[in-house]
Design a protein around this ligand. Structure first.
Ligand SMILES: Cc1cc2nc3c(=O)[nH]c(=O)nc-3n(C[C@H](O)[C@H](O)[C@H](O)COP(=O)(O)O)c2cc1C
Length: 202
């Protein structure tokens, strides 16, 4: 037996909860931006996040509704995607609080920042990875806006590198699951892709 769900017959909120419960786990972009008027730096987690293009390198996050991160990215043309690691669990969640626009999450939550190299929004100093982005474009879809950012610089802490490559055991990414659930990395398996020529012939 399977249970059927139609977006046409369910309230949008219910279908959204179903979608976010089954599109899992989602990586978390911890997005830092600056207000165009020189207001405090803004920081917020976005789990509708992925790589959009490899060459040029472009990442994307989605703002459901018009939030400060989106407004700032549009107004300044810049944002930083900070990696959200397990040890910063409480801080990541605290930056999802709907603080008023004039209370930046860096200050409100007490998160140490460091300057970025290529863009003006700061990085999260304790985060092991930052992707500095300039706004490529936005795409309005219904109640949401997809924000595409060209990655103009990436920085990775030496602590998470093994043989020069980011190591999953050291990165310890947080992920978003359904509802208020969060995930951490479980078992990691390595398996190379099998080229067609190496498959047995039927
Ligand atoms: C783990 C996590 C993931 C989230 N993902 C998103 C997301 O993908 N898109 C979104 O609009 N809001 C998302 N939110 C909610 C925003 O972080 C929250 O609305 C925040 O206050 C927005 O801040 P801003 O107004 O400073 O941009 C998420 C919250 C959490 C805790």
């Amino acid at each position: 037996m399977r249970v059927d769900y139609s977006p046409d017959s369910l309230p949008a909120g219910a279908f959204y909860r179903l979608l976010t419960a089954v599109v899992v786990p989602r990586p978390i972009a911890w997005v830092s931006t600056l207000a165009p008027d020189g207001g405090p730096a803004n920081l917020a987690p976005h789990s509708f996040f992925t790589v959009a293009c490899t060459d040029p390198p472009i990442v994307q996050f989605t703002s459901v509704g018009r939030k400060d991160s989106l407004r700032n990215a549009e107004a300044t043309g810049e944002f930083v995607v900070n990696f959200a690691p397990e040890p910063l669990f409480a801080q990541v969640n605290a930056t999802a609080t709907d603080f008023p626009r004039d209370r930046g999450e860096f200050d409100a939550v007490g998160i140490e920042r460091e300057p970025s190299l290529r863009v003006r929004p700061p990085r999260v100093a304790a985060s092991p990875v930052a992707l500095e982005c300039t706004l490529h474009s936005t795409l309005r879809l219904g109640d949401s806006t997809v924000v595409f950012g060209r990655v103009v610089h990436a920085v990775v802490s030496e602590d998470v590198l093994v043989d020069g490559r980011p190591d999953i055991g050291r990165l310890r990414p947080l992920s978003r699951l359904g509802g208020n659930e969060w995930g951490t990395v479980g078992d990691v398996h390595e398996l190379a892709r099998v080229p067609y020529r190496d498959r047995g012939h039927d």
